[in-house]
Design a protein around this ligand. Structure first.
Ligand code: AMP
Length: 145
């Protein structure tokens, strides 16, 4: 998809925001939603999206939504690091298919990195639902602490 393509309200993240598709929710407020990536590149891979902005990427998102998404990304990165104790954490954001974007509703990736463990292939292998549920419970508990 090109950088200037129109927003498609049927994309999977728009469906998740509307409640038409499920997610392993980690955090939600009026403006931002965060949930586990179901094709994780590492244990704890989490996505953060703006709820009110029909934006494909960083070029068309409004600045306020971008800032709110960034603030939640920082907060959740702190929570994920505190709970999972990775050795590093990647925060990434892709714009346009040639840059690696596969879902065209702007989002941030939080990808914990563990020494000696490579990165899984992007958007490739589906995680075990039981493992995702367990991870969700751990992160929700830490967030509430
Ligand atoms: P990107 O390739 O940067 O657009 O990232 C999209 C991400 O969404 C990928 O890492 C996918 O694994 C992830 N993804 C796709 N469908 C879902 C879904 N239904 N629930 C959670 N994550 C998803």
């Amino acid at each position: 998809m090109s950088l200037t393509a129109a927003y498609d309200s049927q994309n999977i993240f728009a469906q998740i925001i509307r409640g038409d598709a499920p997610c392993y929710k980690i955090y939600e407020d009026e403006d931002v939603l965060a949930f586990l990536d179901v094709f994780p590149q590492s244990y704890g891979h989490t996505l953060v999206i703006p709820k009110r902005s029909a934006a494909c990427n960083i070029l068309d998102v409004d600045t306020e939504a971008l800032c709110k998404m960034a603030a939640v990304t920082q907060k959740l990165a702190q929570v994920i690091v505190a709970e999972l104790q990775p050795d590093g954490v990647q925060v990434a954001q892709f714009n346009g298919a040639p840059a690696g974007q596969t879902v065209f509703h702007i989002h941030m990736h939080i990808v914990p990195r563990f020494s000696g463990e490579g990165l899984g292939v992007h958007a490739a292998a589906k995680a075990d639902p039981a493992e995702l549920e367990q991870l969700q419970a751990r992160l929700l508990k830490r967030l509430a602490a």
